[in-house]
Design a binder for this molecule. Structure first.
Ligand code: AMP
Length: 364
């Protein structure tokens, strides 16, 4: 019968979230609206997510007691950042918890070489790359990929951290030292025209929903501004959708993911990376879609039907970094601006403190 489904988690169930940051906070708000309780596991005291969740376990991600309790009380467990230790997810699964997205998505996203190999193996164009474990690998890589090339740590890079451009073979030793000699990847430079992203979801029934393309501007490796829907050709939009669909299906993915793309001058796309979680470049959906990325993720992991992903407004989203959030009074007074503040107690330069969505009518 249409509209009747067998959810993994009905209203009243508890949803577990590993991580207590702003993404966890906005996931918890969305879950609460659908009648769920949320239990957060985070090592951080007084985290942004904890202050809107029904329950918080403050402990290390691998704390045996905390994981046992989470598995006991939650119908489904998810995570809000991709560097959660894989053994924590394995332990939860072994304890009988349903974890979504699953371990293979997390493992693929945690290692840039695995991630780019996954894209290549599934016919999704990405930059040429080579794994690096010695400075000699960089020298050989530069010969093959051309200079400059970008050296990135295989694991735990975010917001442009753990990355250094290598201009010539003589710089190989120093570049490798800059990233502390950890396993790395050397990537050819992508001569892109702009950076785009696609936020998409896959439900437990295999249904897929993708939000329109978003255009992103970074400063110093950190997202500053997103505009959506991005003005893009039909071909570019179709390619983005194919990339999203393939990634979701080949990983048997449940939940929302964010895929970062480079658009080349001819409109063709290269995939840079994916985040197995809700994504900063999808914050615009909070105020411009009937079902935003946070609710979509909760619906997907709870086994509910996905909601519509069409926007009813165009949006410019700006991140409020560090002292930017001090302008809250002025922003709150703007009639077309929607203000989101993450409740972070300490202001630090560059720290994501909130964001503002400015709405405009959709172009005709
Ligand atoms: P990532 O950590 O891979 O998201 O990289 C951070 C930023 O560095 C991206 O948003 C791009 O602006 C830039 N970048 C990353 N990889 C490349 C590449 N292969 N060529 C050119 N720019 C890149």
């Amino acid at each position: 019968m249409a509209g009747v489904f067998d959810p993994a988690a009905p209203p009243g169930a508890t949803i577990g979230i590993l991580g207590g940051g702003q993404l966890g906070r906005m996931l918890a708000l969305a879950a609460a609206r659908l009648g769920f309780d949320v239990a957060i596991l985070t090592p951080e005291d007084d985290s942004p997510a904890a202050r809107v969740a029904a329950r918080t376990l403050v402990a290390d991600y691998q704390d045996a007691g905390a994981l046992t309790e989470l598995a006991r009380c939650c119908s489904v467990v998810t995570y809000e950042f991709e560097n959660v230790p894989a053994p924590a997810v394995e332990r939860l699964t072994a304890l009988g918890a349903r974890v979504a997205p699953g371990a293979s998505a997390l493992e693929t996203a945690q290692d840039r070489v695995k991630e780019k190999s996954f894209f290549e193996a599934n016919g999704m164009p990405t930059v040429a790359f080579t794994p690096v474990t010695t400075p000699g690998d960089i020298v050989r890589g530069l010969r093959r990929l051309g200079a400059p090339a970008l050296l990135k740590t295989r694991r735990e890079g975010y917001d442009g951290k753990g990355q250094v451009w290598v201009e010539a073979a003589e710089e190989a030793e120093a570049a490798f030292a800059t990233i502390s000699g950890v396993p790395a990847i050397l990537e050819a430079r992508a001569d892109f025209r702009r950076e785009l992203s696609v936020i998409a979801a896959r439900g437990r029934d295999g249904a897929i929903a993708a939000y329109p393309l978003t255009e992103n501007r970074h400063e110093g490796g950190v997202l500053r501004r997103s505009t959506a829907p991005a003005d893009a050709s039909d071909q570019t939009r179709a390619q983005a959708l194919t990339i999203a669909r393939k990634t979701l299906e080949r990983l048997d993915y449940i939940g929302v993911l964010g895929i970062e793309l480079f658009e080349l001058p001819d409109g063709a796309l290269l995939v840079n990376e994916f985040a197995p979680r809700v994504h900063n470049s999808g914050h615009w959906t909070l105020d411009a879609c009937e079902v935003d990325q946070f609710e979509q993720h909760i619906r997907a992991i709870a086994g509910w039907p996905l909601g519509p992903a069409e926007p009813f407004a165009a949006v410019e989203m700006r991140n409020l970094l560090g002292e930017d959030a001090g302008r809250w009074q002025e922003l709150a007074a703007e009639p077309d601006a929607r203000l989101w503040l993450y409740g972070k107690r300490e202001v630090e330069p560059g720290r994501k403190m909130g964001h503002v969505n400015r709405l405009k009518p959709l172009p005709r």
